[in-house]
Design a protein around this ligand. Structure first.
Ligand code: PLP
Length: 403
């Protein structure tokens, strides 16, 4: 497997399906627009010049490879804990990996603008960054409720030159922002490209985003082998839509001794409908926003309300590849509550001097729990998908009077 390849286990068939999950869009106009993006994607990934340009930006702009760090204080609990430091990338998370890929593709297709939705603003900031770098316009649709909540990211997008479109329909959050961004895209798909922020949506997005994120796993597998010998026993990542997890898992899919573990938000508890976002654990099969997957749904099939302390994990659906990996039992999916996440956030900050994103702290929470169950010669590799600067005020507010 070369650096640029996805494992066949997570490649779609010609209809964009991963087992019974995924799929293509039916809407005629949109199908035509997505076919153009898919054809462009197939052509660039076979183009040595494109790959060279992407690698140049990964190394000199993003700062890749990100290191693997052996967290020795954390490891005093039992099993050894290693962190893949995606938090050290430019813009502070893994999302820049696929945003640079998507904007490079948009440019290649002759588009002048990229459009996307954003929830907490992380995808919006990463996309605005890549668009500024590569000279494209950027339009970000964001619910008015999220705009009020996520002030620093809103400011960053504005400074980076993106146009922010406030969405006041419905609950004024992520789902409405997705619908609004799709409408804007359909009105002008000749000049624009829609840039999704995770391995979700209709084909070709799940495959395309996974491809751009696969660098994380390819690096990690080689780094781990070279620095520590052999392979980790478990490879662990948080799952919102599933892009950072799949990016890491991909390189280990053929290593049958390596367990792959996705960690979902149990929020305030799995027994509280509407107060968690444990899609893989409690979701049921159906179609959400143009693709099939397990998702948390109401009786009438509409997406259910979800919650997580980490806004990047707060989505009722999940990438089709993860659903397929669960069906074939190649990966398993665990959960961590808001409280466990907060504890892990503070533990990493105080024992290792690394402030993690609340999203990443879910993966860490599971790893801390798991480390205590395993002997000291077992090794856990955790994707630290992002840094927690964005979360510090929120966390201080939450723990007021407790510490
Ligand atoms: C957006 C985000 C996530 C969740 O997205 P995935 O597609 O599941 O990776 C996780 N961590 C960070 C830091 C994020 O910004």
């Amino acid at each position: 497997m070369t650096q640029e390849q996805l494992n066949p286990l997570v490649l779609p068939d010609a209809q964009g399906n991963f087992g019974k999950h995924g799929g293509k869009i039916n809407h005629p106009d949109l199908a035509e627009a997505l076919a153009e993006i898919e054809a462009g994607f197939r052509s660039i990934i076979a183009d040595a010049e494109f790959i060279a340009e992407m690698k140049r930006l990964q190394a000199t702009y993003v700062g890749r490879p990100s290191p693997i760090y052996h967290a020795r204080s954390l490891s005093a609990r039992g099993a050894q804990i290693y962190l893949k430091r995606e938090d050290l990338n430019h813009t502070g998370a893994h999302k820049i990996n696929h945003c640079i890929g998507e904007v490079l593709l948009a440019k290649k297709l002759g588009k002048r603008k990229v459009i996307a939705e954003t929830g907490a603003g992380q995808h919006g900031v990463a996309l605005a960054t890549a668009a500024a770098l590569l000279g494209l316009k950027c339009e970000i649709h964001m619910g008015v409720v999220d705009i009020a909540k996520e002030h620093p990211n809103v400011s960053r997008m504005k400074i980076l030159g993106a146009k922010l479109v406030p969405v006041s329909e419905g609950a004024g959050t992520l789902k409405e922002a997705v619908d609004s961004a799709f409408r804007a895209y359909m009105a002008d798909f000749k000049n624009t490209m829609f840039a999704i922020g995770s391995v979700v949506g209709p084909a070709p997005y799940p495959e395309m985003v996974a491809y751009f994120q696969s660098i994380v796993g390819h690096e990690a597998r080689e780094q781990f082998h070279n620095a520590y010998g052999g392979l980790p026993d478990e490879v662990i990542a948080c799952v919102g839509g599933g892009s950072n997890a799949l990016g890491l898992f991909n390189a280990f899919l053929d290593d049958n001794k390596v367990e792959l573990v996705g960690v979902e938000p149990a929020g305030e508890g799995l027994d509280k409908p509407g107060r968690h976002a444990a899609t893989m654990t409690l979701g049921t099969y159906g179609n959400i926003q143009g693709f099939n997957c397990y998702y948390l749904q109401n009786e009438d099939g509409t997406p259910a309300a979800v919650h997580s302390i980490a806004s990047g994990l707060d989505y009722p659906g999940v990438g089709p590849q993860h659903c397929h990996l669960k069906d074939i039992r190649r990966a398993r999916y665990e959960t961590a509550t808001d409280q466990e996440c907060l504890n892990a956030f503070l533990t990493l900050s105080r024992e290792e001097g690394i402030i993690p994103a609340l999203e990443s702290a879910h993966a860490l929470a599971y790893a801390l729990r798991r480390a205590q169950e395993l002997p000291a010669d077992k090794r856990l590799l955790v994707n630290l998908s992002g840094r927690g600067d964005k979360d510090i005020d929120f966390v201080l507010e939450k723990i007021k009077g407790l510490y």
